[in-house]
Design a binder for this molecule. Sequence first.
Ligand code: ATP
Ligand code: MG
Length: 254
Amino acid sequence: MHTLCVVNQKGGVGKTTTTINLGAALANKGLNVLLIDLDPQGHLTEGFGVHEEYTKDSTNIYELLSSESKENLSALVVNVENLKLIPSHIRLFLAEQSLATQRGRELRLKRLIDGMPNKPDWIVIDCPPSLGALTDNAIYASREVLIPVQAEDTSIRALEILLDQIQSLEQALGVKVKILGILPNMVEDTKLSKSVLVSLRKLLPITFPFEIRKRVKLKEAWACGQSIFKYDPGSDLIPVYNMLADEIIKRAER
Ligand SMILES: Nc1ncnc2c1ncn2[C@@H]1O[C@H](COP(=O)(O)OP(=O)(O)OP(=O)(O)O)[C@@H](O)[C@H]1O
Ligand SMILES: [Mg+2]
């Protein structure tokens, strides 16, 4: 089993879009994929059209993380397209505050994953746009990270802050975190876009030999609760997400 988190504390860079479509690409290769929506905003849950889970009055991810429930993580799984999803829940907004005072707070998600009776081939975790207990849990549980970035000026500072946070987590928890890559997203043919990409590649040369271009169909697919694979099977992004999945598999095994 491999566990990967899609992380960047900068908002709106494409974490959820990457999680959905990388997840769908891995599942289309016949792999057993579980996505975890660890963002209290619940955009991944919404992006697969299962909004009702977000406010449902039943055991949820917040209760498991905060030890309010002893239920197994597998009990939360719902089927979406050809993969599985652990939905977010509106109560997850309470997590940062309630976990803050608890010992071993960064270790909760990993313990829950380790306790699942049937492990998938791949787990992909969608992180919230913040550095806090939830993102720490995701990084610690996965130890492998994928960082989507938008080609704009503020991305470089955001990336430096994220790299610092990963380094402090490694030191505090005595673990090694592997950055599988920096994925430029919403790329356009502008001068600014190109110059920011050059600077990002200098800062961390683990990029991919491709980028995700700006495509309005990705927004439409999310609004329809579908991956791009289902929403627009002819999209020129499908071969790119397939290449991303192949690269992720390769780099994770290295
Ligand atoms: N390559 C792209 N082309 C066009 N639109 C995109 C692309 N990637 C993402 N988007 C759109 O940009 C918005 C932000 O993307 P997304 O929700 O994936 O970012 P995020 O990093 O998860 O945001 P948050 O930080 O709020 O969780 C969404 O409306 C999404 O549909
Ligand atoms: Mg998101």
